[in-house]
Design a protein around this ligand. Structure first.
Ligand code: NA7
Length: 534
């Protein structure tokens, strides 16, 4: 307050990924004056930052693209699960088609924002030093905007090359013949490991928790088949259907519970899901898999049997794919990654894995890492695939003050409060998407940002058409939604697992349900102009 803004906007949007560009396109089309700002140097959101070796999306096409403006018609993918360079090219294509860039300011972040109660407008402080005045403030920062680097002892001692996966150099690193270490085996770790394993001199993987990876079943796209499917209306059917399924894919949970099938039938069912690839084994399975431990165990056993058969060394087998009575967590309560040749990489002589629960990191040294058991490992390159302060971190790292004295970070310091996972009380005219209390963790990104995006666009348009100065969640409505999110999670198996879904990956972060376990249909957001507050 008190700082003169240099320009005035209807809407300032943060983030130039799928979510932010969708907001820009429609709000601009409706006549609102808006701009997108992003710290990145190019469009693409997560696909700008995540350019580590092997980075690719775990949703298959055409699910992982916009459904709007017939964009699909002139775009062809080369692979079922595209890699980051192809996703970047897709953003360049969308930019050209929708003429987005002229309203996107790159290399520009938001440092702080405060709501001016008298004028009912936001003062938004950009990293450039400029202050922008905007009526609405829409945060499309994604769930992984703040990286997490654990506080390992002696990290500053290390003199070699070290990068977090989401801060990997844009022009890459030559890893040929090098001694490389990857810490972390989440989605980023798995993709990095399977990509660099065959190329490096020696690879050491430091694993805390095994990832219950599923086969990606990657394949090349045949343009002739794609053309035919487009002509037959397949894409339009998928775009419509994906808005109706639990996680925004073109498949959904089965009508059956695990106990409806005999052991033999279960096996046949699992084999079919496995063969389909992608997340089918996770999200196309028995509808009680994420609720009933006994049923979940049958899926875990199937997974362990399939996976163990691919690993030669008995010790590596136990580290990567423990048997059921040593399972690290119930299946699917932490995000399984999709893999290609991940387990075979461990059969190479140049690839080693250390279970950190048995042999933790003692300290970083000048040349590498010293383990508790005494080994001093030397590395040319250390890749930190250690994840993010997921879901809330990207929002609270911005110093945001609403109508109350507390900042957003203060308000959520002991727990997150939202209404519908898109607004929080006392922060009027501010919305966020693909964040806390939405079905973010298992949703196909483009589906969710279009659905939530429509709701936000409708809310803004409704206020403008009806002369409203502010729109804010009430404390009762956010209490109701937050309770609903927690209660739904409590009847699932999710609370029993340490994961970013529960805020459990960051030391000191409140343990709570950050993800909406009701899935997309229960949000009831489908269709434009279905604004709930009317
Ligand atoms: P994730 O999935 O959060 O994975 C981070 C990994 O780093 C995971 O294996 C962690 O082990 C490991 N980690 C984190 N802290 C430590 C410490 N202190 N010591 C050792 N290992 C550690 O992040 P990703 O980038 O792979 O993927 C993020 C999302 O992007 C993913 O879910 C997809 O939606 C796409 P842990 O399992 O916590 O024991």
């Amino acid at each position: 307050n008190g700082i003169a803004a240099t320009r005035s906007l209807d809407v300032l949007i943060v983030g130039a990924g799928f979510g932010g560009l969708y907001q820009l396109h429609y709000l601009r089309k409706m006549g609102y004056k808006c701009k997108v700002v992003d710290n990145a140097g190019e469009l693409g959101g997560i696909w700008y930052w995540n350019c580590y070796p092997g980075a690719r999306v775990d949703s298959d096409i055409p699910l992982y693209e916009y459904s709007i403006e017939d964009l699909y018609k002139d775009w062809t993918w080369s692979e079922r699960f595209p890699s980051w360079p192809e996703l970047r090219r897709y953003f360049t294509y969308v930019d050209k088609k929708l003429d987005l860039s002229k309203d996107v300011e790159l290399n520009t972040g938001v440092k702080a924002a405060d709501f001016d109660i008298k004028r009912s407008r936001w003062n938004i402080h950009l990293s450039s030093g400029e202050v922008v005045d905007a009526k609405y403030f829409v945060l499309c920062t994604g769930f992984a905007a703040k990286i997490h680097i654990p506080d390992f002892k002696g990290m500053d001692n290390y003199k070699g090359i070290m990068h977090h996966t989401a801060k990997y150099p844009q022009d890459g690193i030559d890893l040929k013949g090098k001694k490389v270490c990857v810490i972390g085996t989440g989605a980023s770790g798995v993709q990095t490991i399977q990509e660099v394993g065959p190329e490096v001199g020696h690879l050491t993987v430091l694993q805390r928790t095994p990832n219950l990876c599923l086969p990606m079943n990657q394949h090349k796209i045949d343009p002739a088949v794609e053309q035919r499917l487009k002509k037959e209306g397949d894409y339009e059917r998928i775009f419509k259907y994906r808005r109706e399924t639990f996680s925004g894919f073109d498949f959904d949970f089965s009508e059956k519970n695990g106990d409806d099938d005999t052991a033999e039938q279960k096996r046949e069912f699992y084999k079919k899901l496995w063969a389909g690839g992608g997340f089918r084994f996770w999200l196309n399975t028995y509808k009680d898999l994420l609720f009933d431990k006994k049923v979940n165990d049958t899926a875990y056993e199937f997974w362990a049997e399939k996976t163990r058969a691919r690993i030669n060394d008995p010790k590596k087998k136990d580290i990567l794919a423990p048997v059921l009575d040593k399972q690290p967590h119930t299946f699917g309560t932490k995000r399984p990654s999709l893999e290609q040749r991940y387990y075979e990489v461990y059969n190479q002589n140049n690839v080693n894995i250390i279970a950190l629960k048995e042999n933790p990191i003692d300290t970083f040294t000048e040349k590498g890492i010293k383990m508790k058991e005494g080994q001093e490992l030397e590395f040319d390159v250390i890749i930190l695939a250690t994840g993010f302060d997921s879901v809330t971190g990207g929002l609270v790292q911005i110093d945001i003050k609403g109508t109350d004295v507390v900042t957003l970070a203060d308000k959520w310091s002991k727990g997150t409060w939202t209404y519908l996972g898109m607004a929080t009380a006392n922060f009027p005219n501010m919305f966020f998407l693909y964040g806390p209390h939405g079905p973010t963790a298992f949703a196909n990104g483009p589906t969710l940002v279009e659905l939530q995006g429509d709701w936000i666009i409708d809310a803004i348009d409704y206020c403008e058409k009806n002369g409203k100065k502010t729109i804010d969640a009430t404390t009762q409505s956010e209490a109701g939604w937050t309770k609903h999110v927690a209660e739904l999670t409590d009847i699932t198996l999710f609370p029993g697992t340490d994961s970013w879904y529960m805020g459990a990956n960051i030391p000191g972060k409140p343990r709570e349900a950050l993800n909406y376990a009701g899935g997309i249909p229960r949000l009831g957001l489908d269709g434009r102009m279905k604004v709930m507050f009317r």
